[in-house]
Every structure is written in structure tokens, then in C-alpha cells.
Design a protein. Structure first.
Length: 64
């Protein structure tokens, strides 16, 4: 039930924000967005606490 509620929430928010639903309730191939968002947020959380962040931060958003 939790996964369905999250998928429904993503569809509602995308419909309100972008005018088009992500279709996470209808198509299973779109449900990979949740895993990618979780891994990206985990990566950004850990990269923010690195002691050498002043060296890494300028590279974020580039091809590296």
C-alpha cells in the first residue's frame, strides 16, 4: 500500500506541477524513478559531509 501511495503522490504532484502525469500507477517502467531519487539523495547527502568537499563541489554538474 505504501508503494501505491507514493506512486499516486508522484502522479498528482507531476500533474499539478508539469501538467502531465509521470504515469507511475499505469506503467511499471516509470517506477524506477523512486530508486534513482533515493540513490541520488543518498549520494548528495554523503558527498556534502566529505572533508575534501571544496575540491569536489566545483566538479559536480560537470562531465565528472
Amino acid at each position: 500500500m505504501n508503494d501505491w501511495a507514493i506512486n499516486f503522490g508522484f502522479d498528482c504532484i507531476s500533474d499539478l506541477g508539469y501538467g502531465k502525469s509521470f504515469g507511475m500507477l499505469e506503467r511499471e517502467e516509470n517506477r524506477q524513478i523512486l530508486g534513482k531519487l533515493k540513490s541520488a539523495s543518498r549520494f548528495l547527502y554523503y558527498i556534502g559531509y566529505l572533508p575534501f568537499i571544496k575540491l569536489v563541489r566545483p566538479l559536480m554538474g560537470t562531465w565528472v
